[in-house]
Design a binder for this molecule. Structure first.
Ligand code: IMP
Ligand code: MG
Length: 187
């Protein structure tokens, strides 16, 4: 009887850019800063699907520990890269909020700001709905890649131009669960 030989692709070696511990420590600091800024206010956290889910959850824990407990969650999605790694110049909203944000304090929660096209689009759309305030919190920012200026008030880490995965971020929908922020040797 002949045996079938299965040749599997070797898993690429990932390089840790920011460890889980460093990431969580920084999110804790962000929570303290944001909690101080919004003390006494009701806040609507708006997570940008899907990449921001993990950061949104960890930031919420940090806000709670910093005694900001009066916040709600909602989510939006813009067209993603698909399986590629290039930014879309004309992102579209594919999943809108359930919440009416008129008169609300809105904090957009994003995983990473790259070209800035997605957030630029979202900010325009949301400002047209008359929130009382609108700010952005992102776990990561790649300033060298920016093509549109977006005002980001809370930034976890500024990073070099690597395509990163983990901490909710993906490549072809994979790697979101890696608690460290990592990149591939070639990228
Ligand atoms: P931007 O519109 O180019 O600023 O990028 C928008 C989105 O692309 C980000 O919110 C991420 O979801 C995704 N993205 C950008 N850079 C990376 C990366 O290095 N790894 C994974 N996703 C990324
Ligand atoms: Mg994102």
């Amino acid at each position: 009887m002949s045996e079938k030989v299965v040749v599997s692709e070797p898993e690429p070696e990932l390089i840790v850019l920011i460890s889980e511990a460093e990431k969580l420590a920084r999110i804790e600091e962000m929570g303290v800063e944001i909690a101080a800024d919004y003390q006494g206010k009701n806040v609507l956290l708006v997570g940008i699907l899907k990449g921001a889910v993990s950061f949104m959850s960890q930031l919420s824990d940090a806000l709670w520990k910093a005694e900001l407990t009066d916040f709600e969650w909602d989510f939006m999605a813009v067209t993603s890269y698909g399986s590629g790694t290039e930014s879309s110049r004309a992102p579209r909203i594919v999943n809108d909020l359930e919440t009416d944000i008129t008169g609300r304090h809105v904090l957009l929660v994003e995983d990473i700001v790259d070209s800035g096209f997605s957030l630029d689009k979202l900010v325009r759309v949301l400002l047209a709905r008359d929130p009382t305030s609108l700010e952005i919190a992102t776990l990561l920012s790649k300033p060298s890649r920016r093509e549109v200026a977006v005002e980001v008030k809370y930034i976890g880490f500024e990073i070099e131009n690597h395509f990163v995965v983990g901490a909710g971020m993906d490549k072809g929908q994979q790697y979101r669960g890696n608690p460290d922020i990592v990149y591939f040797p070639e990228g």
